[in-house]
Ligand binder design. Sequence first.
Ligand SMILES: O=C(O)c1cc(=O)[nH]c(=O)n1[C@@H]1O[C@H](COP(=O)(O)O)[C@@H](O)[C@H]1O
Length: 225
Amino acid sequence: MKTNPVYLALDFPRLETAEAIARKVKDHVGGLKLGMEFFYAHGHHGVHEIAKIGLPLFLDLKLHDIPNTVAGAMQAIHVLEPAIVTVHASGGQAMMEDAKAAAGENCKVVAVTLLTSLDERDMTATGVGGTAHDQVLRLADLAHKAGLDGIVCSGHEVGAVHRQWKDGFFVVPGLRLADGKAGDQKRTVTPRKARDDGASVLVVGRPISRAEDPVAAARAIEATL
Ligand SMILES: O=C(O)c1cc(=O)[nH]c(=O)n1[C@@H]1O[C@H](COP(=O)(O)O)[C@@H](O)[C@H]1O
């Protein structure tokens, strides 16, 4: 059977809410993503509870600090046996190298390049020149040099990154069906387009988790793939 590339982002502060939604849609997604909102509230205990559902876990903690601190954080979450963990590529090559060295053997470490909530105006405002496309390719190259498994980028760039890094592992968030509300996301594509362009994992949050009927929403996305 084909594995479902969709990871559901459980961006909820309440453990009971996250768990209830995950249990409802578990047969229509391939994995579960826990981010800062959930982890800061529930820590290891929360992760253990969600792990009982039996799907692979993506710990999206977006680590970004000096190499020694990031390596220590990686060691602290190692026991949770996540399938995927994120760091920020802008933390630099040494930080990414140390993060990878501290991660478990079966854990993919991927670097966030340019958040999907940002566009070129935001880049300029933070002092980063050039295009979003070039910035993502530059940071992907750095992540590759650091020995990471892959990157996180928008569906606008994943095709180009895939051509340059053939065996990379690519996580694409910022996904919306054609009639979906973008909300705070600025660089969005459909799940199908991201998959066709080489995404390994499709991260979907609100289009499923905040839908009136999360199971129907997850099935509708699954049907497009
Ligand atoms: O690392 C991520 O997963 C991530 C990176 C990025 O550039 N953009 C992005 O939206 N995300 C995450 O992907 C999820 C997207 O959620 P929705 O916009 O609700 O589908 C959230 O959990 C974000 O934290």
